[in-house]
Design a binder for this molecule. Structure first.
Ligand SMILES: Cc1cc2nc3c(=O)[nH]c(=O)nc-3n(C[C@H](O)[C@H](O)[C@H](O)COP(=O)(O)OP(=O)(O)OC[C@H]3O[C@@H](n4cnc5c(N)ncnc54)[C@H](O)[C@@H]3O)c2cc1C
Length: 502
């Protein structure tokens, strides 16, 4: 008889697990609190604009990367038009100095050497690593949980040529490395390219993927991308229950030292039973709300009390009735005076995404611009929304107004051309995705975490697995996909079945 698997969460991890398990002879159902798929990988509509809320770049967007074939197992990658930008990001200081991060490593090297002569040694060290790691392939085809002794030998053998670079860059954070640059703008750029506490290896790999043109943006945006996974999952026979919030994982005694998961309970008191339960939802809510503390290990408590998390964020989106053809798609610029975001957060730079490259998001002649401001002050925004909705709205309007002022000065006459304003806050992220503290990507992949992995299983609970960004430090869409694939391989191995892809 086919086993029944209940999956919590229709983000990319949950949909990925659902697809692979359906392919492998399991009957699966997904329960999702929102009314649509994708979780964080989403977009929304306002006044004729499609506001994108996620994908800046997708690792594995071209066949030159090993992730491409994994995406292709679930969706038809050829049906998506990916945009690879010549300049991945541009940084500008207050005096108008500009550093462009070209995707092509040769052009990047030339630009950095021109703009930051005194940092030659460090620049060449970075570009040497980019060139070396161009041929490095992440071992993604087989789940590490299913490795045999021989697989481990092969894994370490394949790593040998790259070990020096991998080991060097993973030990230092972006901000530690950046501190050694003499050129202030380059220092700021390396810190701001992704996340200051992230290890430098990730920043280098990012530049490798840009260079290989395998970190593109999918035309149509993030929700359209997520919908492809929903479609495939439904075609494979899966079922999704939207607007269904899980509040409890039902367990029963299995042995004297171990229980087993047998079902899930929703907030409307409906329950579903399953032979296997997978949570692809927020990690903290899963462990600390859906499950009893008897299942928490010291290691888990340690993660949630000491590991740094990506913060939450405010997203300001503007629909502007004009084009920005000559502007870079992504630019960070220093402000003349700081903008206050909330009582704990103010910013001295803004980072713009000008969607002049995706004609599907706005009518001809109009452009979507988005700005993201990270903040750890999720409690403030959550409480304000619940307790004082008027001030909540006023604060959102104030931030949007401050941004429009800046853009008005920069581009001239913007205010009269703004026809759509949308501001989402950490309260929005929490409401729609339930992510802990409104985090946008789970755990930061720090030098301290290094190559350590997190377990998908709990030692005291059988038939239960966790997947997605809360067990894959660094987060992101490729690890979400991989997490769903790997858990299926693990379950197949435990059921003595071969893992198949169809
Ligand atoms: C602004 C932004 C930009 C990003 N840019 C990129 C990028 O360029 N490239 C990239 O690779 N990644 C990017 N990411 C990160 C990426 O989107 C996430 O890491 C990834 O989508 C996480 O997928 P997931 O399935 O693990 O989790 P989620 O997307 O959080 O999915 C979890 C799902 O579980 C549901 N859920 C939660 N609790 C419950 C419950 N109790 N009951 C039922 N359902 C529940 C949620 O509603 C959600 O649908 C970005 C994220 C953001 C927010």
């Amino acid at each position: 008889m086919r086993k029944k698997v209940m999956i919590i969460g229709a983000g990319i991890a949950g949909l990925s697990a659902g697809c692979y398990l359906q392919m492998n002879g399991y009957d699966t159902e997904i329960v999702e609190l929102h009314n649509q798929p994708g979780g964080l990988c989403t977009s929304w509509k306002r006044k004729g604009y499609t506001i994108d809320g996620c994908i800046h770049w997708l690792m594995g967007s071209s066949p030159s990367d090993e992730f491409y074939s994994l995406w292709n197992e679930l969706i038809d990658m050829k049906s998506i038009q990916f945009i690879n930008h010549d300049v991945s990001m541009q940084f500008e200081d207050r005096t108008g100095n500009v550093i462009r991060f070209f995707s092509d490593v040769d052009r990047l090297e030339k630009e950095l050497l021109e703009k930051a002569k005194q940092d030659k040694k460090m620049i060449l060290s970075m570009t040497k690593a980019i060139r070396k790691l161009r041929t490095f392939k992440l071992p993604v085809s087989k789940a590490p949980e299913t490795y045999t002794f021989l697989d481990f030998i092969r894994f370490f053998w394949d790593l040998i040529p790259y070990y020096g670079e991998l080991n060097k860059w993973i030990r230092i954070s972006a901000s530690e490395y950046a501190n050694n640059f003499q050129t202030p703008l380059l220092r700021k750029a390396i810190r701001g390219m992704f996340w200051p506490d992230m290890n430098m290896l990730f920043i280098i790999l990012m530049m490798v993927w840009f260079d290989k043109k395998t970190a593109g943006y999918p035309i149509g945006g993030s929700l359209a991308f997520s919908r492809l996974f929903e479609k495939r999952y439904l075609e494979l026979g899966g079922k999704i229950h939207y607007k269904s919030k899980v509040i409890k994982i039902i367990t029963e005694k299995f042995t004297t030292i171990k229980d087993k998961a047998t079902g899930i309970l929703l907030d409307n008191e409906q329950s579903y039973s399953g032979d296997i339960i997978i949570s692809a939802a927020d990690g903290h809510y899963t462990l600390f709300e859906m499950l009893s503390e008897i299942y928490h290990t010291d290691q888990i408590k340690n993660y949630y009390s000491t590991y740094p998390m990506f913060s939450s964020y405010i997203q300001v989106s503007l629909g502007i009735q004009r084009t920005f053809d000559q502007e870079p798609h992504m630019a960070s610029m220093a402000l003349n005076s700081p903008i206050v975001i909330d009582p704990m957060t103010s910013v001295e730079d803004i980072s713009l995404r000008i969607f002049n490259f995706d004609p599907t998001l706005a009518d001809k002649g109009s452009t979507l611009i988005t700005l993201m401001f990270t903040t750890y002050n999720h409690d403030y925004w959550n409480q304000l929304r619940q307790q004082d909705p008027d001030t909540y709205k006023k604060e959102k309007d104030r931030i949007a107004n401050d941004i429009i002022d800046v853009l008005d000065k920069r581009y001239g006459n913007i205010r009269s051309q703004v026809e759509m304003i949308d501001v989402s806050t950490p309260a929005t992220v929490i409401r729609y995705t339930n992510n802990y503290k409104g985090s946008y990507e789970g755990w930061v992949w720090t030098p301290q975490i290094g190559f350590k992995t997190m377990s998908k299983e709990l030692p005291r609970l059988k038939n239960f697995y966790m997947i997605g960004q809360w067990v894959e430090p660094g987060g992101g869409l490729p690890p979400a996909l991989l997490s769903g694939r790997n858990v299926c391989q693990l379950i197949c191995m435990q059921d003595h079945k071969p893992f198949v892809v169809r």
